[in-house]
Write a new protein. Structure first.
Length: 42
């Protein structure tokens, strides 16, 4: 998704870090493993 929308998963300023999640979207643009957080994360 980084190239598609300019998403940054982590940004650090001094001692502060903001970490962002990512949507469970596969290469085809569809949701991957809807309803299964473990498999989406994997």
């Amino acid at each position: 998704m980084e190239n598609l929308v300019g998403l940054s998963r982590a940004v650090g300023v001094g001692n502060f870090f903001a970490i962002g999640g990512a949507a469970p979207v596969g290469p085809d643009g569809n949701t991957v493993r809807a309803g299964d957080v473990f498999l989406q994360t994997k």
